[in-house]
Design a protein. Structure first.
Length: 140
C-alpha cells in the first residue's frame, strides 16, 4: 500500500478535555506518524473557509461556532494508506454509530462535538494540508 499523508484535527471538545495525547496515542498505535503539528485558534473566516463544502448545510453556523470555541491541534499524519487508516481509527461521524475501539466511540460527545477531523480523500488531504502547513513545516 502507498505511503500517504492526511490532515488530522483534534477539535475543541477534545483539546478542552486535555485528550490530545490520548487521541494521538491511538493514531500512533495504528502506525500513523505525526510529521507536522500546530495548536491554533481558528478565526471565524478560517473556519468558514475550511468547512466551505458544508456551507449549505443546516448545521453550518453551529459547526463554525463550535470550531472557533477553543483551540484545535492541526496535524499531518503519514503512513501506509493514511487517509483510510485515519478515517477507520476515527470512527463514524456520529459516535452512536462508531465502532468500539475508535476515537469517536471512546471520546466524542455527539455528532457535532466529535473530537477529530480527518481528510476523506487523497485529493482533499492535499488541499487541507496546504490550508495549515507549508512544505517547510512538514518533517517526514
Ligand atoms: P466527517 O467527515 O466524519 O467529519 O463528517 P462530515 O464531513 O459529514 O461533517 C463535518 C463535521 O460537521 C462533522 O465532523 C461534525 O463535527 C459536523 N456535523 C456533521 N453532521 C452534523 C449534524 O447532523 N449536526 C451537527 N450539528 N453537526 C454535524
Amino acid at each position: 500500500m502507498a505511503i500517504e499523508r492526511t490532515l488530522s484535527i483534534i477539535k475543541p471538545d477534545a483539546t478542552e478535555r486535555n485528550l490530545t495525547g490520548k487521541i494521538n496515542a491511538m493514531f500512533e498505535e495504528t502506525g500513523l506518524r505525526i510529521i507536522a503539528q500546530r495548536r491554533i485558534r481558528l478565526s471565524r473566516e478560517q473556519a468558514e473557509s475550511f468547512y466551505e463544502v458544508h456551507n449549505e448545510r443546516s448545521f453550518f453556523n453551529e459547526l463554525v461556532d463550535y470550531m472557533i470555541s477553543g483551540p484545535i491541534v492541526a496535524q499531518v499524519l503519514e503512513g501506509s494508506d493514511a487517509v483510510a487508516a485515519h478515517r477507520k481509527i476515527m470512527g463514524a461521524t456520529n459516535p452512536a454509530q462508531a465502532d468500539v475501539g475508535t476515537v469517536r466511540k471512546e471520546f466524542a460527545l455527539n455528532v457535532q462535538e466529535n473530537s477529530v477531523h480527518g481528510s476523506d480523500s487523497a485529493e482533499n488531504a492535499a488541499k487541507e494540508i496546504s490550508f495549515f502547513f507549508s512544505d517547510a513545516d512538514i518533517v517526514g
